[in-house]
Design a binder for this molecule. Sequence first.
Ligand code: ADP
Ligand code: MG
Length: 729
Amino acid sequence: MSKMRFFALQELANRKPVEVTLPSDKLNDYYGIHVFDQQKMQEFLPKEAYKAVQDAIEKGKPISIDTADLIANGMKSWAKQLNVTHYTHWFQPLTDGTAEKHDGFIDFDEDGDVIERFSGKLLIQQEPDASSFPNGGIRNTFEARGYTAWDVSSPAFVVDDTLCIPTIFISYTGEALDYKTPLLKALAAVDKAATAVCQLFDERVKRVHANLGWEQEYFLVDRALYDARPDLCLTGRTLMGHSSAKDQQLDDHYFGSIPARVTAFMKELEIECYKLGIPLKTRHNEVAPNQFELAPIFENVNLANDHNQIVMDLMKRIAEKHKFAVLLHEKPFSSVNGSGKHNNWSLGTDTGVGLLTPGKTPAENLQFVTFMVNILMAVYKNNALLKASVMTAQNAHRLGANEAPPAIISAFLGTQLSQLLDKIENSNSEDGITLDDKKKMQLGIGSIPEVFVDNTDRNRTSPFAFTGNRFEFRAVGSSANCASAMIALNTVVAAQLKEFKAEVDKKINSGIAKEKAIFEVIKEYIKISKPIRFDGNGYSDEWKAEAAKRGLDCETSVPKIYDAYTTPESVKLFTSTGVFSEKELAARNEVKWDTYTKKIQIEARVLGDMIISSVIPVATKYQSILLDSVTKMENVFGRDKALKLSEKTLQTIEQISEHISILETSVEAMVNARKVANKIESEKDKAIAYHDTVLPYFDTIRYHADKLELLVDDEMWPLPKYRELLFIR
Ligand code: ADP
Ligand code: MG
C-alpha cells in the first residue's frame, strides 16, 4: 500500500473526539461577545457617535470624519478587551471566500512613542493593493487601486486577534468588484419597490426588508485521508474513485445519530458562532454518508450572508482542529448526493407583517396574493437569469445531473395555493372584491389562512418552492456566496413590483377603484406567469420536454448560461434598478468565464497527473506481478497447462492493458484539447471550449481508472478509497 494511504488509515484508527466544553451554561453569557453590536455601541461610543451610527444604518446618513474617529476609538477600546491587536477590512471579492489584509493598531505618536491607534479614516475607507482580485478588465494596471468602504449595516466582529470591519469593495472608477456592493443595492431596490406596493394596502409601511435563512450542507473527511488525495486537496472533489459497496442506499445516515468526533466539531463550531452572534439553530446528518447540514435562524439578507461567509471560514478552521477537512464543494463524490445551500427567502415590513405569510384579514390576504403573484411573474420572466445566478462549474454537477433541482427554474406552490390562484384566474372581478373586513371576500381570498393548515406536500425536486411563509431557493450551491442568488432574486422582484405599481396606478388614474385595479393586474399576471408553476417531479425527462415547450430556459452549458446576464432585458433590469451598470455586467461575466475555465483547467491537470503518475504506474506494476505468476506457473506445469490454469489471470492482464491504453490516449487527447482551448483569446469562447472539448474526457478517464481500482490489489492502490473517505469511525 502507498505510504500516504497506509499512514492515513493508521492515524484514523487512533482518532478520538476532541473535548469541547461550553463557556457557560447560559448561552446569554457568551452570545455575541465577539460582535460590536448595539449594546456594545451604547457602552463604548459617546452619545452623538452612537446616534450617527443609527442614522447611518436606518436613514443612510453619511458619517462625518470626526464622528468616525470617535466610533473607531470606541471600537478599538472594546476590541482591546478581547486582546485584539490588529484590524482588517473584511470584504467579499469575486472569488470563493472572503479577503482580508491585517494591519496592527501600532503607530507612533508625535513624540515617537509607540501607541495603539485606530482612526476614523482607517475605519471608513481603505485602499488595499488589490490588483490581483478578479475584476473582469475593469481596472487597467495603472488604475489598479480598489477601495474598501465600511458597511455600517453589518456589525464589526472579532476573530482571534483581529477586529474585522465588513466592507464593500469597489474600483477606483466606482464599479463594484465584490458581492456586497450589488447586494446592498438590490436590497435597497426591493425595499423601495415593495414599500410602494405595501402602501397601496397600508400607508404606515415605511420599509420592507428581505430575509434570508440559509441551510449549509457539507461533508467531513478525515484530514489524513484528505491529504492523501491530491484531487480533494486541489479541486475540492474526488475526480476518481469507485463507489463504495455501501453508500447511501440504506438511508441509514439521514437524521441518524451523529458520530462523536463530528458532534465535537459541531459543538465547537456552534460556540464560536454564538460568540459572533450567529444564531445557529439546526444541525443534522444529511442523506449521504459523512454529509451534514447546519442552519441558523433567518436574518436580514445582508447580515445573513455575512454570517454564512464567516461560518464557511470558521468551519474550515475548526475542522482542522478536529482533524477533519470540511468539503464545501457541491459534488465531492460521485454516486452519492451533492451539497446545496437552500436559501429561504421572504419579505417583511417594518410594521411586522410577513409579506409571504398568509394574513388574517382580507386586506392582508390580497396583499399576500399580490406579492406571491409578482414573485411568480419575476421568476417566470427571469428564469434564465436566476439559473445563471447559481450556476458554476461545481454546481453543474448537481443541477441537471439527476439530483437536487434540475437545470430548469420552476416554482412549486402546493395544491392549495395553486387552486387559489386558479380560482382567481377564472373569476370575474365583477363578482366584487370588497375589502371590508366584515364582508368576507368572495373568490376564497378571505379564507387563505385555513388553506395553510397543511403545507406538508413539499416537493423536494423543485428549485424554487413555496414553504408556507417563504420561498426556498434550492438551486444555490453549497460553496456559493448566497449574494449572487440574492442579488438576482431581489432585483427581479424589485423590478417586477415597480412595474406592477405603475400598472395599478395607471388604472387608478383612469378611474378604476384601487382594489379592482389590483385585482385586474393580478389576474392578468396569474395567466402570464403560469408556465413557471410546476408541482410535478422535476427530475423526470417528461418535465424537461414540457419545460422546453413552455419556453423555460433549458440550457445546460455553464458558460452559455451566463449570457442571461447581458440580454437586453437583463441590462434594462439591472440598470433601471441601479444594481449593476452595463459595464459591471460585462466585467462580471468575464470573471465568471475565467473562473469556469480555471476550475476545469485545474481539474484536468490534477486528473491527468493522477492517472500518469499514480494510477498507470500502479496498474502496470500489478500487471507485471500477474505476468510473473503466469511465467512461474509455466516453469512448474509446462506451457499448455499453465496457460489453461491461468485463464482468468490472463483475462485480468488483458483488461488492465486495455484500461491503461485507453487512459493513456484519453489523457493525451485531453491535454491536446486544453492546449487548443488555451490559445483562444475571448474568455467566453475559451470557457465554452473547456466545457465542450476538455470536460467530456473526465467521465471516460474516470470510468477506466475506477475499473482499475477494482482490478488492482487493494494493498497497492495508492489513493484512499470511497469506503474509507465516506465513513468516519
Ligand atoms: P427545512 O425544513 O427546509 O430543513 P428549517 O425549518 O430548518 O427548514 O428552516 C430553514 C431555514 O428557513 C431556517 O434558517 C429558518 O430560520 C428559515 N426561515 C423560516 N421562516 C422564514 C422566513 N419567513 N423567511 C426566511 N427564512 C425563514
Ligand atoms: Mg430547507
